[in-house]
Design a protein around this ligand. Sequence first.
Ligand code: NAD
Length: 507
Amino acid sequence: MASDDGALRLPLYCPLVVNGEEGKAASGRQFARENPANVREIATLAEEGTQEDARAAIDAARKAFDGNVSNWIYNYKLREQVLSRTARLMRDNADRLARVVSLEVGMPMRQAVPHIGAAADIFEFYAGLAGKLYGESFTLPSGSMINLVKEPVGVVGMITPWNFPLTQTARKVAPALAAGCTVVIKPASYTPAATYELVKLIQQTGIPNGVLNLVPGPGSIVGAEIIASKKVDKISFTGETGTGKRIGAQAGMEVKRVSLELGGKAPYVIFDDADVDAASRAAIFGMFRNAGQACGATTRLLVQEGIHARLMARVVALTRKLEVGHPSKPSTDMGPLISASQEKVVQEFIEYGQAQGFRLLTGGKKLSGEGFDHGYYVEPTIFDGVDNASRLGQEEIFGPVVAVTPFRDEAEAVELANAVDFGLVAGVWSADYPRALRVARKIRAGTVWIWDNYAQPVEGIWGGYKQSGMGRELGYHGLNDFLEVKQIFTDGTGLAMKAPYGQVIKE
Ligand code: NAD
């Protein structure tokens, strides 16, 4: 079964990593991840973790945290070193990491390479914050003092998705380690090797045993145990809104801290006065990057009537030039979908759009023939005249299928943009900046881009309004999600009988 994919020897492998040791699953079983660009090939074999394995990893993380292993909680210099060395190792191994991501996700190398850089940037950024967890201090008129100190939230269970495996994992792991937490990761089953490659690098940085643990396996077994365990203080989840709702409900029963990064249905609002070429390019980048398999993908183009014909002509012309092909080919713009089931979902949405009578401007077909027959390739697809209330306007497709809906005026644009359950990201394009800003303020989403699309600087934030999630990743906000604030009150009066005690004690 072993074969070569450029510099990679296949199949890749993902073991458990528990207490600094790589190991096999208690089940004695492994699961296989196929190559989505060529399903005849096994990309990865991963250990199929069990409840018992999850418990062992949680115990290791708990012990490391409660025992303050190597003074992990207070030694910010060690944490800084782990994070900055990780960033450096990622850059040194960028080519291999990009190939692994490209292989497992089907992401074109042209996108996988910058993906590694973005993940390394996240580790670098949080390395800089590890030693800056300043608290606050306040002296009362009595001389007593309030100290507010920041402490790590404890053991964090991380459940991650497959679509951008390294940045998604970095957004959780880097701030959690900067804060002094210990971690158990349950990676998505489509991308175990990509996650393991990162964990393997972090293990080389001097991180104490038990601080970072990895358990591949089914969400319903490994993920469920991490969520249920009383030894886990916080869950950090990224995935579908449906899964997130169940996880949030379960975590709520234990009053466990939880952050949820969930699905989206991003609108991109283009007004009549927009620069047609610049807006078209921005839209296409958001629509078809990673074959539209992105929570922040541009899934709804809301286009003002006066620019509609010109804009769509440009968007369609640029879309038809996109090269769909093998992810490892340097010229490929769009690769395959992640799986057979995702391809089925996408095709069902295309059939639905056609049955509804929406105008198919381009695409709509599964690609076949040489180079396509053994992968999940679907054309970039655009439907025009879509009713925003239809399934194409409302549901997350997670593929290269875009719904275009014309609008008359600013009020209608805002109404359409907000008329979904999601609120992750949005875009606005208008030459009239006060109008663009007004609309950006009115759209209920965690990020609104003006004159751009898809920028996710680590210094900013990422997270959703409404059913797109709870909490924020990246930036200072992303660090705060892994910290508790404790008040330490110190008496400054020195009195044995303080005034309030008189409420209980008479003399
Ligand atoms: P998913 O919900 O199917 O799986 C996410 C993770 O949860 C996986 O590791 C999976 O094994 C695990 N899981 C599944 N069922 C579980 C259960 N019952 N208990 C515990 N764990 C369980 O999502 P996916 O298909 O991997 O990712 C795609 C989704 O993620 C899309 O909806 C996308 O919008 C969303 N996403 C959101 C963001 C964001 O930042 N908001 C980023 C990337 C992806």
